[in-house]
Design a protein around this ligand. Sequence first.
Ligand code: XMP
Length: 524
Amino acid sequence: MTGAEDEAAAVVADQQTVLVVDFGAQYAQLIARRVREARVYSEIVPHTITAAEVAERAPAALVFSGGPKSVNVEHSPRIDPGIYDLGVPILGICYGAQLIADQLGGQVGGGGSGEYGRTELRRLEGVDSDLLGDDEDPQTVWMSHFDAVTRVPEGFTATAASDGAPNAVIECPERRIWAVQYHPEVAHTPQGQALLERFLHRLAGCADTWTMGNFIEASVAAIREQVGDGRAICGLSGGVDSAVAAALVHRAVGPQLTCVFVDTGLMRKDEGEQVVETFRRHQGIELVHVRAEDRFFDRLAGLTDPEDKRKAIGELFIRVFEDARGGVEDARFLVQGTLYPDVIESGTAHAATIKSHHNVGGLPDDLDFELVEPLRLLFKDEVRAVGSELGLPDEIVWRQPFPGPGLGVRIIGEVTPDKVAVLQEADAIVREELRAAGLERQIWQSFAVLPDIRTVGVMGDERTYGYPVIIRAVTSDDAMTADWARIPYDVLESMASRIINEVPGVNRVAYDITSKPPGTIEWE
Ligand code: XMP
């Protein structure tokens, strides 16, 4: 294990753990987040986990996720049947429920037309249900299934049904196995979180120990153990992940941490000053502020191809970061804001991923550091909660994702200081208006883009020939897919009129209504 993995293991050593078994298509991440919202620590494991491995981990419970396959097709994902005999409480969800029925002697069939979307779930008469407890009856649940459990395994009782699923909830308290055809983890199932909490707390006996206060305490101790009396450095990007990682490490080792903030000149308006202000003045963190705008603009002169621009920014960033290390040459530890979804995506929880805060090429792995990754157990919403508890301001804690190459990929064509100044002003207006409308936190990313064209307009009696600005705003859960945000017309209107009136050189505003796919979120 790497130092960062040891540190993570120490943080959860005293936590009861729920293992969420992943049957595909990212259903497991949402379940794991909901379990943690119930104040129980959860981890995602692949369905290939063996009974022996589960026994060794001694989890407090298992949750089987949904998945895109049918249990009746060849090579559908299965689980080691020995797991059912361990006595560990199990909750099956959707595919997980069907798999339990199939593997324990019941039957799963296609037959009907399936159920997709909001569905009515009714309790069956004459049977008690530990799992449904005192949930309202009937209740609305979110279904997304073609197959259904057509015969309940021996020892199980069906306790609720819907039109398309006669055995929508099945239970076997003697074996401590419960299963639901619907999705309690999604917001469209109003009593879903209550069901998960009942399973975790009442049926599996989990205590409320996963809180961000407890996390900070355990993490501070583990970081002290890892870093000892060594020196650490952290590259700040202005983003929430590196900010929270730095604040946490600072809480643990104080002046042994030095932060390096490379100002590329490609940040949003006032963002550079805000980083310096927050970290140096408010948090009292030693901060090396490298003003490298000129070097970046020189390097970008004449470059128009998006990949050339990305590469140039990434390479120069590493060079500047390396130069800045001069003052802290004895630093042995590099703090990174790697999050749990990055760890999962790297394929294995034990893979040490070096994810640069810029993601543009990344920091090279020959940088001779041991990594400190205090957020590698956390989902983004937990990182924000930790940031708030550590006293970071809302502007940083709630900051939207921002690409490493910054405004460099939002200015189409050559990047110049003049164009950056125009875009910064327009972009600030987009964000101000969205905040004023109370929409900022519902939107994944919102920004302005400056294309490499001019358009004709008229202002007063004058013909103008200026830049158009494109507003881009999307909703998303993870940036893999995104939808254009349905911003009210009056908000768009105030953005447009302010941009044209307040930003010299801009005479037209367009709104991008492309989803991802087929578009990407950024324009380059
Ligand atoms: P796209 O444009 O591919 O973006 O839909 C998906 C997400 O990634 C961000 N993004 C980047 N982040 N370096 C980064 O660190 C990059 O080069 C980069 N390009 C895109 C983008 O802002 C969105 O959140």
